[in-house]
Design a protein around this ligand. Sequence first.
Ligand SMILES: NC(=O)c1ccc[n+]([C@@H]2O[C@H](COP(=O)([O-])OP(=O)(O)OC[C@H]3O[C@@H](n4cnc5c(N)ncnc54)[C@H](OP(=O)(O)O)[C@@H]3O)[C@@H](O)[C@H]2O)c1
Length: 307
Amino acid sequence: MRKINIAQTDLEVSEIALGIMRMNSLSNEEAERVIETALDSGINYFDHADIYGGGESERIFGEAFSELDTSRDSVYIQSKTGIIPGKMYDFSKEHIIQSVEGSLTRLKTDYLDALLLHRPDTLVEPEEVAEAFEQLERQGKVRFFGVSNHNPMQIELLKKNVRQPLVFNQLQMSVSHHPMIDAGFNVNRSNELSIDRDGSILDYCRLNDITIQPWSPFQAGNDKQGILFDHSDYEQLNKVLYRLAEEYNVSREAIAIAWLLRHPANMQPIIGSMNPGRIVSSTQASSLRLSREEWYELYRSGGFQLP
Ligand SMILES: NC(=O)c1ccc[n+]([C@@H]2O[C@H](COP(=O)([O-])OP(=O)(O)OC[C@H]3O[C@@H](n4cnc5c(N)ncnc54)[C@H](OP(=O)(O)O)[C@@H]3O)[C@@H](O)[C@H]2O)c1
């Protein structure tokens, strides 16, 4: 597994991370196998959130990890805060601190390598976020900070008071869901794809050395249900995925991840599979590099025409 340096930090981590959102459906033994498989495949970065499975995903991971013969400092554990499911977002100091304490207890660890603000809270008071981050950093409970699903101005607003660099932005992205790329191809046109809905977040992150972590890299996205593989709306894309998978002698999951890794923004995709075989086959992405022609062919085969 190739490693990437996370800009603005001293972190050198696997270029593919494992998301733990779906771990709540596993037994402890199954969870141990998933974590061991990820580690054996070179994944050393794990993404959590306080709300996944109502906290169960973090708890099961914490239990399972503590059974393994793996030291805490050989892996990187990230969690997220700020969503009260179905009710509201909460970036208050009190909630951020409480949420981190809960994550640390469930994960059976003393510190998080990174903490992300999960979804923008319009009632955010950046001063409070800054106080929470200061306290968590001072106490050694969080090493690095970031955001998720944020646009550039929302990040700028936080930066008004937050002293620590915001080093990650987690955003939905797959080979079939990439609005942050579409708008860049369609500047000054009057079609649907030309609408810049995210404030040019891709270029903003590149300019500001913020590492994008594409989430749900296998989902069809664009408000469509299900995963992109064998999706009836993406027949041509699937043909190209199959063909390239054969040519490179890897899985189609690997090609879908390789498409994200080929972008020079140095993204760190977060896969969410809880199937050991699929985790291994997805990490094959790290052994290949798509050509420019192949990258664009995959883009176009999803039905996205270049102007
Ligand atoms: N920041 C945010 O707002 C946000 C939102 C959502 C997720 N996330 C993060 O991103 C991570 C990944 O999200 P995700 O789980 O939606 O990602 P994903 O990797 O796109 O999807 C994983 C799901 O797709 C299934 N799958 C993948 N390939 C398949 C195939 N060929 N055939 C059948 N099923 C297949 C997996 O099943 P198997 O388990 O059977 O492989 C699993 O249920 C999460 O764990 C979480 O950490 C963040």
